[in-house]
Design a protein around this ligand. Structure first.
Ligand code: G3H
Ligand code: 13P
Ligand code: ZN
Length: 321
């Protein structure tokens, strides 16, 4: 149905105690998997595009896929720039028809982050586009930037009111212990459960609570929120892959965050794992297969099932259209 910005989506999500999934898109199969899942479950959804996705698929192709979604489904969805590095990439996406952008000034000083975020907000709001800012630094890999655990930093709650007031952002990504990629924590940061699987340190819900107290009814965003499903990691490893000690955020902690002020939860790595497991499975079962449609169909089905599970069991955004 409609390409929308995130204003109404987040208002309803906050009031309803659920979060909207923001899933990274890189090709047609991933777009179809996400939007078919959302359509069947009557869930709002955010399709997000990183600088790497723009490089891989080209902005025009991703825009065309988004137009196809608007024609082919009956969902409300936002097309969002993920981790916009500067004003120029945000402007380019706004000019291309994105309904939402993120300006990620988290690596700048507080004042420089405010300055660039404010500039993007002024340009975006004049065109009906919503803006996500970020305070605090997540560990892990985002676009071509690697942030080590030592260089990461939790969001300082005492900064959020000034940041939001001075920039006018519509939502704020905060760092409370999530991390990008499939290796979110080093084994020494974790404990192990009875099966030997790594159990990461819990998220800092105290910081989230303090931020929510200071910003009543304001939508908070969680990046780096993949759970790294161990069934996919196991399948990939058993079929010739090598993903040692891949570990993510436990889903019950994400559910809790979604019931609080978190209105947008970012998921990319889990899609990559589901997709890769599908390719490995079919190529190992049928070594004679060489039609991409055959193995990409399995990957697409895996991603669709994963997104349905996230919507129903983690985000709680089903039947919210
Ligand atoms: O936050 C990072 C996202 O997972 C996008 O990753 O830059 O490799 O497309 P990418
Ligand atoms: P994951 O790597 O945990 O999927 O995080 C994705 C993300 O935050 C995209 O911005
Ligand atoms: Zn991110």
């Amino acid at each position: 149905m409609a390409l929308v910005n995130t204003t109404q989506m987040f208002k309803k999500a906050y009031a309803g105690g659920y979060a909207v999934g923001a899933f990274n898109i890189n090709n047609m199969e991933i777009v179809q998997a996400i939007t078919e899942a959302a359509d069947e479950l009557r869930s709002p959804v955010i399709l997000q595009v990183s600088a790497g996705a723009r490089k891989y698929a080209k902005a025009e192709y991703l825009m065309a896929l988004a137009s196809a979604v608007a024609k082919d489904t009956t969902i409300d969805f936002a097309l969002h720039l993920d981790h916009g590095a500067d004003f120029d990439i945000c402007k380019a996406c706004i000019d291309n028809g994105f309904s939402s952008v993120m300006i990620d000034g988290s690596h700048h000083s507080f004042e420089d982050n405010i300055a660039v975020t404010k500039k993007v907000v002024e340009y975006a709001h004049a065109r009906g586009v919503t803006v996500e800012g970020e305070l605090g630094r997540l560990a892990g890999i985002e676009d071509d930037v690697k942030v080590s655990a030592e260089d990461s930093s939790y969001t300082r709650p005492e900064e959020v009111e000034e940041f939001v007031t001075r920039t006018g952002v519509d939502s704020l990504a905060i760092a409370i212990g999530t991390s990008h990629g499939a290796y979110k924590f080093k084994p020494e940061q974790c404990t192990r459960n009875a099966d030997g699987v790594l159990v990461p340190p819990p998220l800092r819900f105290d910081i989230l609570e303090e931020v929510a107290k200071r910003l009543p009814e304001f939508p908070i965003v969680l990046h780096g929120a993949s759970s790294v499903p161990q069934e996919f990691v196991k399948q990939i490893n058993e079929l010739g892959g090598k993903l040692p000690d891949a570990v993510g955020i436990p889903e019950e902690q994400l559910r809790k965050a979604a019931s609080m002020a978190v209105c947008k939860i970012n998921i990319d790595s889990d899609i990559r794992l589901a997709f890769t497991a599908g390719v490995r499975q079919i190529l190992s079962e049928k070594p004679q297969a060489f039609d991409p449609r055959e193995y990409l169909s399995v990957s697409r089905a895996n991603v669709k099932a994963l997104v349905k599970h996230k919507i129903t069991d983690v985000l709680g955004s089903d039947n919210k259209l």
